[in-house]
Design a protein. Structure first.
Length: 279
């Protein structure tokens, strides 16, 4: 894996992780066009650099994570506000933890299904063309409650199907619960932190458990991971700022068309003989 490939993949990760466009689909296209061989290190790299994306959310919303607004708006103590905020995140990830364990075999067996990814990109894109009309009753006065957090967490589980964007699933879940597009997107970002952190830890554990942990330290692999995480962090910061402003004003139609184009591109590249894989 070269330095240029590292930067390109990290840019793709940072751009697509928090946008409702499926980072998996973009990784398939990127690796295929670069002609990269799928190796244990490449698989680990694409997951571990998500740590950089996680930090981007924490840095942009540091007040939410360390000084919740309920201290100012409801007069909560720091401990009460922190407990409530992190309690909502814990409730929100419970469905993914439980269903991820139950359907682990299905998820693992379909991770490399490029056709499924492409089809779900297109299906999700078509849905996003109409989701603004279906869920347009959000109110800024709608509070995030444990019940709403749990339901958003259930929507997140749909993203266990390859090609379904985690961001899209959770944002739609939030809008279905009467949150505004901006509030739904922000909670999606918050929920991504424990979800992606868990995925990063799990991937690292799998490497070590299967005796491949040493590949992280081979050659310049550690420096590639550091570079990838830094690039993903910087790009994710820009992507989040853009997305929040754009979606609050214009909605999701453009992302819907974009998903349809990307899904169709994957199918066309596969038909033209490009070896596209995520295995």
């Amino acid at each position: 894996m070269t330095w240029i490939e590292t930067i390109i993949i990290a840019i793709v990760e940072g751009l697509t992780e928090f946008l409702p466009v499926s980072s998996t689909g973009h990784m398939i296209i990127t690796q295929g066009l670069l002609g990269m061989e799928s190796t244990p290190f490449l698989k680990a790299f694409t997951v571990i650099i998500q740590f950089g994306a996680i930090l981007s959310v924490v840095c942009l919303y540091w007040r939410k994570f360390f000084y919740p607004e309920t201290m100012r708006t409801r007069g909560y103590t720091w401990w009460q506000a922190i407990s409530r905020f992190y309690g909502l995140l814990i409730v929100g990830i419970i469905p993914a933890v439980v269903l991820g364990f139950v359907f682990n075999d299905f998820i693992e067996s379909n991770l490399g299904n490029v056709t499924l990814v492409a089809v779900m990109l297109i299906v999700g894109g078509v849905f996003m063309l109409f989701c603004d009309r279906l869920f347009n009753k959000g109110s800024e006065s709608t509070p995030m409650t444990p019940r709403r957090a749990f339901i958003v967490g259930l929507f997140q589980c749909v993203s266990m199907i390859p090609g379904v964007s985690r961001s899209m699933a959770t944002i739609v879940g939030g809008m279905q619960q009467k949150l505004t597009r901006k509030a739904a997107a922000e909670f999606s970002f918050f929920l991504a932190v424990p979800t992606m952190f868990g995925a990063t830890c799990l991937e690292t554990y799998k490497l070590v458990a299967h005796g491949d942990g040493n590949i992280l330290m081979e050659g310049n692999n550690l420096w590639l991971l550091i570079l990838g995480s830094v690039v993903a962090f910087v790009v994710a910061v820009a992507a989040i700022k853009f997305f929040i402003g754009y979606v609050a004003r214009y909605g999701f139609v453009a992302f819907g068309w974009y998903r349809i184009i990307v899904g169709a591109l994957i199918l066309v590249l596969g038909a033209c003989g490009y070896e596209l894989t995520m295995e």
